[in-house]
Write a protein of this length. Structure first.
Length: 202
């Protein structure tokens, strides 16, 4: 994977991690074991989608897609999209998004302390002559510190390495009894996108 550590990338990593936590809720606690002294949990959500190619201009690389509800989107397919000349009206774009969120309340490693926010990206495209397809993976790892625990509100405030604060509500308030102010929370968010163009009825 290609790793990015610039300030803008770090800020984006912290933001992505916070959004992921908010989307799935702070779910620490359910998967704690003897080998995991602190609460830990991993959750995965998979969504599938498809859309039909309604129009395509191979010269300008402008494509219009329409989904099952009739919603349309028009976009420019850049040169990263290989073999666009094989796509025709009526073809179907099939996709799947897999999102995984790993939350770990544990001491940070030396590497995590040196690089508290890291974004890594990787991808694979169809070979020349094949139907357009691709897999794109983006992983964000961010280190937070528990700044405050508010049992009455059912959550806690996380501080990132740049001092920004974000309140997060716990899915299971009982887990707050196992956390302490100053504890580290390591968030790893992975998003994988798989795309493939297929013929109608395939």
């Amino acid at each position: 994977m290609k790793t990015t550590g610039s300030r803008a990338a770090k800020r984006g990593a912290f933001s992505s991690a916070v959004v992921a936590i908010g989307g799935l809720a702070l779910a620490l606690g359910a998967c704690a074991t003897e080998q995991q002294p602190g609460p830990s949990r991993e959750e995965t959500v998979v969504r599938s989608f498809q859309a039909r190619v309604e129009a395509i201009d191979h010269q300008t690389r402008v494509v219009t897609l329409v989904n099952a509800t009739g919603e349309k989107v028009t976009f420019h397919a850049d040169e990263a999209v290989r073999n666009l000349d094989q796509v025709k009206v009526g073809d179907v774009l099939v996709g799947e998004i897999e999102q995984t969120l790993l939350l770990e309340a544990r001491p940070a490693t030396e590497e995590e302390r040196r690089a508290p926010a890291v974004v890594a990206e990787a991808g694979a495209r169809a070979q020349p002559g094949e139907r357009p397809a691709g897999v794109f993976v983006r992983q964000v790892r961010a280190l937070f510190t528990i700044a405050e625990i508010d049992k009455a509100a059912g959550g806690g405030t996380l501080r990132d390495a740049e001092g920004q604060l974000q309140f997060v509500k716990a899915r299971d308030p009982a887990v707050l009894d196992r956390l302490r102010v100053g504890d580290n929370v390591v968030v790893t968010y992975t998003e994988a996108l798989r795309l493939q163009v297929v013929s109608p009825g395939a």
